[in-house]
Design a protein around this ligand. Structure first.
Ligand code: 13P
Length: 124
């Protein structure tokens, strides 16, 4: 099982802070990310599988992994103030997560709760 990491451009700095803060936990977990986000993840020193960039199909690839129940959770820091040409893909990803009951965090506060809960479950 993997955790998917995605961040819109306006939220990539917050994602990097989140990853650095949680690096000790995340380094034990397989990570997958959309293309450009994945480069930022690598720059934190974490290992990550990089898919296509979001606007050219990366969000759709994460949705497919969610539908196949291959993801533990999706951490998707969305920029609610930005315009995105691939908004239909963004909506589709969130819908697929809801269809398949995959936890999806769309901001750092929720992502922290999910990671902490996942981590304490692993430690049981
Ligand atoms: O666009 C995205 C999410 O909708 C993210 O894609 P990138 O990680 O390639 O920037």
């Amino acid at each position: 099982m993997k955790i998917a990491i995605i961040a819109h451009d306006g939220k990539k700095p917050e994602m990097v802070s989140f990853l650095n803060k949680n690096k000790d936990k995340l380094k034990e977990i397989s990570l997958v990310a959309t293309g450009t986000t994945g480069k930022y993840v690598e720059n934190t020193g974490l290992n990550v599988e990089k898919l296509l960039s979001g606007p050219i199909g990366g969000d759709a690839q994460i949705a497919a992994l969610s539908a196949e129940k291959k993801l533990e959770m999706v951490l998707f820091f969305r920029d609610p103030l930005g315009k995105h040409p691939h908004e239909p893909d963004v909506q589709m990803l969130m819908r697929i997560c809801d269809v398949h009951n995959i936890p999806i965090a769309t901001n750092p506060a929720t992502a922290q709760l999910l990671i902490d809960a996942f981590w304490s479950k692993q430690m049981e």
